[in-house]
Write a protein that binds this ligand. Structure first.
Ligand code: NDP
Length: 332
């Protein structure tokens, strides 16, 4: 298939590129600058000639941002929309909300208007669009929605990211329902995503948000106290990439949300794995490791991801060890 992937510089997107290339798909990715595009081409030397290219889309929040990017010759068969801000460095919550919501609506509109060959769109949503921190159910599954509103996302910084993801995903499903485009939609909802990045970060600050804890652990930031887990569910980035690609390839994935999680975890388990496999970090961790897992804790149902997408999840130990080894070999 010929696939457009948005935000190819991202942690998750770069693994999507790798999985797509390995599956013999032809890929065009959007990036904010030609400089980033060249770095991506260099980082994916496994691509055969002409298999990977980029187009520049400087800001997905702008009206018409994707109008040109969705047009290609030969035309696209599928689109993976992963680009969306995931950080907590924002001044104004709109820095998260606008790119997430306008970017999602914008790309769907552009595909409908100008890329009728596209048959499947896969959007990277999040557990943030599922979780309800004000009232957890007994079991989280695709049927759950975070009830957060735009106004709450603006008023409460703690809710801004979750609102950006929940409202963007709702907007995507509404678009499909109301506009009845020629493509079907699937969304991918991961919790904490760990794993080795493909593009080595240039600094501690440049490390992707969900791996920040690993950088901190290795630099002694966990010495006094483990960081709060916050979300007691995780998944490896390579499983997430596979989920995107299978959601694009498998006909039965159409019209589905997928809750993609390997299961429960907490920072105590991460610390124990680090200590066992990398004794050099033992003195960078508290002497006593204490779990912050609530009891009882909500359960999860990932059966749709296993049944429809055929996912088998990587264990936490493999993911943690791979991530730390990568960061050791690319010191920040
Ligand atoms: P990254 O920060 O690594 O990637 C985000 C990507 O979005 C980058 O390519 C970034 O470009 C691009 N981007 C952000 N804002 C804009 C904008 N205004 N205009 C153009 N491009 C923009 O994060 P992840 O890979 O972790 O996240 C990717 C997706 O996965 C997001 O949708 C995120 O919400 C979702 N997700 C991530 C989870 C995780 O734990 N990592 C968990 C659940 C969902 P640039 O690099 O140039 O800034």
């Amino acid at each position: 298939m010929k696939v457009l992937v948005t935000g190819g510089s991202g942690f998750i997107a770069s693994h999507c590129l790798k999985t797509l290339l390995a599956g013999n798909h032809t890929v065009v990715t959007t990036v904010r600058s030609a400089e980033k595009g060249e770095k991506i081409l260099a980082a994916h030397s496994e691509a055969s000639k002409g298999q990977l290219s980029y187009v520049v889309v400087p800001d997905i929040a702008q009206e018409g941002a994707f109008d040109k990017a969705v047009i290609s010759d030969p035309p696209f068969d599928a689109v993976l929309h992963t680009a969306s801000p995931f950080h907590f460095r924002f001044q104004d919550p709109k820095e998260l909300l606008d790119p997430a919501i306008h970017g999602t609506k914008g790309i769907l509109r552009a595909i409908k208007n100008s890329a009728p060959s596209v048959k499947r769109v896969v959007i990277t949503s999040s557990f943030a669009a599922i979780v309800n921190p004000d009232g957890h159910p007994d079991v989280y599954s695709e049927s759950r929605w975070n009830p957060v509103t735009y106004e709450e996302g603006i008023a409460d910084r703690a809710k801004s990211y979750r609102a950006s993801k929940a409202l963007a995903e709702r907007a995507a499903w509404s678009f499909v329902e109301e506009e009845k485009p020629g493509f079907s939609l699937a969304t991918i909802c991961p919790p904490y995503v760990f794993g080795p990045p493909i593009h080595p970060p240039e600094s501690q600050e440049a490390l992707n948000t969900s791996n920040l804890g690993f950088g901190s652990l290795m630099q002694g930031g966990w010495k006094e106290k483990l960081p709060p887990t916050g979300t007691w569910l995780w998944v490896d980035v390579r499983d997430i990439a596979l989920a995107h690609v299978r959601a694009m390839e498998i006909p039965e994935a159409a019209g589905n949300r997928f809750f993609i999680t390997a299961g429960h975890f907490d920072m105590k388990e991460v610390a124990e794995i680090a200590k066992k496999n990398f004794p050099e970090y033992a003195d960078k961790l508290p002497a006593e490791l204490i779990s912050d897992k609530p009891n009882p804790l909500y359960d999860f149902d990932n059966s749709r991801s296993r049944e429809v997408l055929g996912l088998e999840y990587m264990p936490l130990e493999t993911s943690v060890v791979n991530t730390i080894k990568f960061l050791q070999s690319h010191p920040l």
